[in-house]
Write a protein that binds this ligand. Structure first.
Ligand code: HEC
Length: 151
C-alpha cells in the first residue's frame, strides 16, 4: 500500500496548493500585497482608486460628447471643434492608463488599449473630412466596449 499512501500525499499537497491559491485570489488584500512584492516599483501598477477615477473621467467625456452631438444639426465649425477637443482629451486621459503592452497594466487594459486608442484617433480623423463625419464620434461608447463588453 506504499504507492497509495504516496498518491494520497501528493493529492493532499495539490489540494493544499489549490486551496491556498483560491484563498489568495479571493482576498483582495492578499492579492494586493503579493502585487506589491511581485511588481518592482518601476512597473507602477495603477492603484485601483486612480484607475477608477480615470474611468469616471472617460464617462464624463462620453456624456459631454453626447450632449454636443445631440445639439442642433452639427453644422459649422463650433460643434466640430468642441467634439475634436473632447476626443483629444479622451486620448490624453487614455495615456494615464500607461503605455501599450505595459506589463503593469490590468490584463483587460493591456489587451484592448491599442484598439481603444485607434478608435479615438479614427473618430477624430473622420471629423477632418469635408464634410466632417460624425458617425464614429457619435458611437464612441462602442470604443469603451472593447473592454466593457462581456469578455
Ligand atoms: C482598455 C480597457 C478599458 C477601456 C477602453 C475602457 N474601460 Fe472602463 N474599465 C475598465 C476596467 C478593467 C474596469 C474595472 C472593472 C472591470 O473589470 O470591468 C473599468 C471600469 C469602468 C467604470 C467603473 C469605475 C468604478 O468606479 O468602478 C466606468 C464608469 C468605466 N469603466 C467607464 C468607461 C468608459 C465611459 C469608457 C469609454 C470611454 C471606458 N470605461 C473604456 C477598462 C476599460
Amino acid at each position: 500500500m506504499k504507492t497509495n499512501t504516496h498518491r494520497n500525499k501528493s493529492l493532499s499537497i495539490i489540494l493544499l496548493a489549490v486551496f491556498s491559491l483560491l484563498v489568495t485570489a479571493c482576498n483582495p488584500k492578499i492579492a494586493k500585497e503579493i502585487r506589491r512584492h511581485t511588481y518592482p516599483p518601476e512597473f507602477n501598477y495603477i492603484p485601483e482608486k486612480e484607475f477608477k477615477s480615470i474611468m469616471w473621467r472617460f464617462a464624463e467625456k462620453v456624456k459631454q460628447l453626447n450632449e454636443v452631438m445631440r445639439e442642433a444639426n452639427l453644422s459649422g465649425d463650433g460643434p466640430k471643434r468642441e467634439v475634436v477637443r473632447i476626443l483629444s482629451e479622451m486620448e490624453k486621459i487614455s495615456m494615464d492608463l500607461g503605455p501599450e503592452a505595459w506589463p503593469g497594466n490590468h490584463p483587460k487594459v493591456a489587451r484592448h488599449i491599442t484598439m481603444f486608442r485607434s478608435d479615438l484617433l479614427a473618430a477624430r480623423r473622420a471629423l477632418d473630412m469635408d464634410p466632417p463625419n460624425y458617425y464614429l464620434a457619435g458611437s464612441i461608447a462602442g470604443a469603451c466596449s472593447h473592454c466593457h463588453r462581456a469578455k
